[in-house]
Write a protein that binds this ligand. Structure first.
Ligand code: UDP
Length: 338
């Protein structure tokens, strides 16, 4: 069997499911491996096979690769909450490093030489300057960022030792949703700003708590660079094309280069919903850098990448459409196990 299928770990999650669908729409064969601890089977079209399993289970990974003719992997599976990573670093190092290394070992044994990795701007910690280029110092300030950076080091070592071609896509703030509203950001518990602000505005959650307004930023609240999940997906496909031609991409920022404060997000969300988002001011959240804004020049040049839906209003509109109660995807009655 020709090895052309893309194994998408964490493909039932937010970014992974949007990538899996974009890859399928681009004509690629895709197989998802997800333990459903964070994602939901309902976030995937039924035409995409879903294996419910653990990325650290070497036998399962090898079997999936052999059975499905896997030639490349997009590794999205992992823990993603900054605050939780500060409280429970053991879980973060276990999943994002130990089990992810087991996955890498299995891929090497299967002869797979192309790996896209879902990394994060959290690798930079508290940057000296924004916008941040890939060459900036990496000094994570939370366990989440530390595990992402550690895995990037592993990828680099794998390149030298085993010829792996890799890309570590350093997302700034992934947000938005597929414009049809069929897929959405769905974390349990939800901790991310845009979905929480929308839900607070829609009245389906309590008022939003703003985590600190005493930062050294223009309005005192943290500044982030929000990037639409479909723009992330297109960058992954561009990077994968290079890996499959035998080029290593390495670390690459995915952001817009424009930051918005928490207050600006609340205002935009209020405008999109046509009603003010209720919020209360709270203390800072541990591990939050004041400002994270990408310098996306490298992605623009190397991948010829252009963002198409990452204007903040579009991001919030797409996310809001996916969160209207009547549009929510139904919980899948059955998980399609293969
Ligand atoms: N934030 C907030 N209230 C919330 C959730 C998030 O004020 O309920 C802030 C958070 O402190 C950060 C920004 O919104 O400055 C984006 O946080 P999010 O968790 O969405 O993404 P992160 O930047 O942690 O990846």
């Amino acid at each position: 069997m020709p090895r052309t299928t893309i194994l998408v770990t964490g493909g039932a999650g937010f970014v992974g499911s949007h990538f899996a669908r974009a890859a399928m729409d681009a004509g690629r064969q895709v197989v998802v491996l997800d333990d459903l601890s964070g994602g939901a089977s309902s976030s995937l079209p039924s035409s995409i096979p879903l294996i419910v399993g653990d990325i650290g289970d070497v036998q399962t990974v090898k079997k999936v690769c052999a059975t499905h003719g896997v030639g490349a992997v997009a590794h999205f599976a992992g823990k993603i909450q900054v605050g939780e990573s500060v409280r429970h670093p053991d879980v973060y190092f276990d999943i994002n490093m130990v089990r992810s290394l087991a996955l890498l070992g299995a891929l090497r044994d299967e002869g797979i030489t192309a790996c896209l990795f879902s990394s994060s701007a959290a690798v930079y910690g508290n940057p000296q300057h924004v916008p941040i280029p890939e060459t900036a110092q990496c000094k994570p300030v939370n366990a989440y960022g530390a595990t992402k950076l550690a895995f990037e080091y592993a990828l680099e070592a794998w390149e030298h030792a085993y010829g792996l071609h890799w890309a570590a896509l350093r997302y700034f703030n992934a947000a938005g949703a597929h414009p049809e509203g069929a897929m959405r950001e769905c974390h349990e518990p939800e901790t991310h700003l845009i979905p929480l602000a929308i839900d607070a505005g829609l009245g389906s959650r309590p008022p939003l708590t703003v985590f600190g307004d005493d930062y050294d930023t223009p309005d005192g609240t943290c500044v982030r660079d929000y990037i639409h999940v479909l723009d992330l997906a297109s960058a992954h496909l561009g990077a994968l094309a290079l890996l499959e031609q035998g080029t290593t991409v390495g670390p690459i920022n995915l952001g817009t280069g424009r930051g918005y404060s928490v207050r600006e997000v609340i205002e935009t969300t209020g405008k999109v919903l046509g009603r003010a988002v209720p919020y209360v001011m709270g203390p800072r959240r541990a591990g939050d850098p004041p400002k994270l804004v990408a310098d996306p020049s490298r992605a623009r040049e190397l991948l010829s990448w252009r963002t198409e839906r990452s204007e903040l209003t579009t991001i919030v509109e797409d996310a809001a459409r996916s969160r209207q109660p009547s549009d929510r995807p139904k919980t899948a009655e059955s998980v399609h196990r293969h």
